[in-house]
Design a protein around this ligand. Structure first.
Ligand code: ADP
Ligand code: ADP
Length: 216
């Protein structure tokens, strides 16, 4: 099935305060869906609900055909999540970082060379992670997230804090992953990023989708 994520009338309240109101959206294989909105709009909460880290107040969410309220940790074999808490080990090399994560995640078949080439870090494999530029560090974080070849990738503000040309490198990489069939759910507060990168954009304001459709 090509449907990877489905959100059906999701609402969420934190202590009676509505944070998400009637969110409906879907994402298919090989597509990028962007949740665009200002800080506090409910973007991160949406990712947490889909991935089962938080439960909604009403409505249903599905990921890879499974109800988000019923997923167990085996789902993490099929999804990758990038949030601002990077968790990269500063004082070991780029290559060793991926080796360590492969071990922690118990990824059996892994080709670190292939992944590092994909994210354009192969020539920096010996560098300490602490010596990477911001853009290189973000590509390493992405490499970690795709180590186990997930079917869905969640990216919470993947280019915030990056300069435009570095952000473009990340965009190129995400488009390549999409071409290979990955489904990507990303959040951003940057309108230009959403329109350039995404197949579908949900414009979120105060927990409500005020526009949903193609960037045009
Ligand atoms: P965004 O990712 O768009 O910046 P969030 O989803 O992080 O927005 O937050 C949406 C709203 O929900 C904010 O007003 C935030 O303060 C509130 N919120 C998020 N998490 C919690 C929580 N665990 N308890 C109470 N309020 C929360
Ligand atoms: P399904 O048969 O699974 O319901 P649709 O016919 O709704 O699929 O979707 C057809 C295409 O439109 C897909 O490529 C899908 O990604 C895209 N799409 C899905 N939701 C929307 C939407 N709300 N607005 C515009 N296009 C959408």
């Amino acid at each position: 099935d090509k449907e990877v994520i489905r959100l059906d009338h999701i609402s969420k309240q934190f202590n009676q305060t509505p944070v998400l109101k009637d969110i409906t959206a879907k994402l298919h294989k090989g597509e990028i869906l962007g949740f665009l909105g200002p800080s506090g709009a409910g973007k991160t909460t949406t990712i947490k609900i889909i991935t089962g880290q938080l439960h909604q107040t009403s409505g249903e969410a599905y990921i890879l055909g499974i109800n988000s309220k019923q997923i167990d940790e085996t789902i993490y074999e099929q999804i990758g999540i990038v949030t601002d808490t990077s968790g990269i080990y500063d004082y070991v090399s780029v290559y060793q970082n991926l080796e360590m994560f492969a071990k922690i995640l118990e990824v059996k078949k892994i080709n670190i060379e292939e992944i590092l080439k994909k994210v354009d870090l192969w020539e920096h494999r010996q560098k300490l992670a602490s010596k990477l530029s911001k853009g290189q560090a973000q590509r390493l974080i992405l490499a970690r997230a795709i180590l186990h070849n997930p079917r869905v990738l969640f990216l919470d503000e993947p280019t915030s804090g990056l300069d435009p040309s570095t952000a473009m490198e990340i965009h190129k990489l995400l488009k390549q992953l999409k071409e290979e069939g990955m489904a990507i759910f990303l959040t951003t507060h940057n309108m230009e990023e959403a329109t350039k990168l995404c197949d579908y954009v949900a414009l979120l304001n105060n927990g409500t989708i005020v526009e949903y459709g193609t960037p045009e």
